[in-house]
Design a protein around this ligand. Sequence first.
Ligand SMILES: Cc1cc2nc3c(=O)[nH]c(=O)nc-3n(C[C@H](O)[C@H](O)[C@H](O)COP(=O)(O)O)c2cc1C
Length: 202
Amino acid sequence: MARLLYLECSPHAGRSGSARLLRPILDEAGASGLRVTTRSLAETALEPISTGYAQAITASDQRHDDVLACSGQLIDELEHSDGVLISTPMHNFTVPAALKLWIDYVLRVGRTFVATPAGKIGLLQDKPVLVLVRSGGVCTGDDARQPDFLTPYLRHVLHTIGIRNVQFSYLAGRQPPEHAWADARRSVLSLLDTLSSTGASA
Ligand SMILES: Cc1cc2nc3c(=O)[nH]c(=O)nc-3n(C[C@H](O)[C@H](O)[C@H](O)COP(=O)(O)O)c2cc1C
């Protein structure tokens, strides 16, 4: 049975436009056998990075440190998924603070990547990831009137831990056109198809 991690990053949680698109699709997929783990960063806010955490991740033995529990749980959720759906708004040209915090807990030296003289090498198994980006203005293509630091940043973050199969889909503007919603829906269904056709194991 395939397992999907759904990472919901909007401060509006289930009331965001993206969640209103995604939650019914995922409910239906769940009823058909997909195992969905929802991590809503608004409904359950992550604690800011503490001094203890900052010290622990640079310690030589990280295994028994309680301060790493939250990080361990978030990494487990990622590792135990066959695919990931990240639904995020753009905030000030990049990822919202809630998603940045998730990244700070998940990118952990010695756990999800190793640092070598040649650069960082990811330790996680590759898996399909779809990032659905919601923005107030257009942020890609010739019509963009703002920089997009979100896409290259998130791609680099995921590459760092070994995840290279990353697709992006964009819902831009205060009221994205129907075709944009249809494209986003198609991208999500394609991810779910991939998961079910790979016959990911329990
Ligand atoms: C703090 C903040 C910063 C924002 N920065 C940007 C931005 O840089 N570019 C943009 O196009 N929209 C920006 N927006 C608008 C949101 O991306 C837009 O309202 C989006 O639809 C929110 O999606 P959501 O309802 O899923 O949270 C910002 C919104 C907030 C609250």
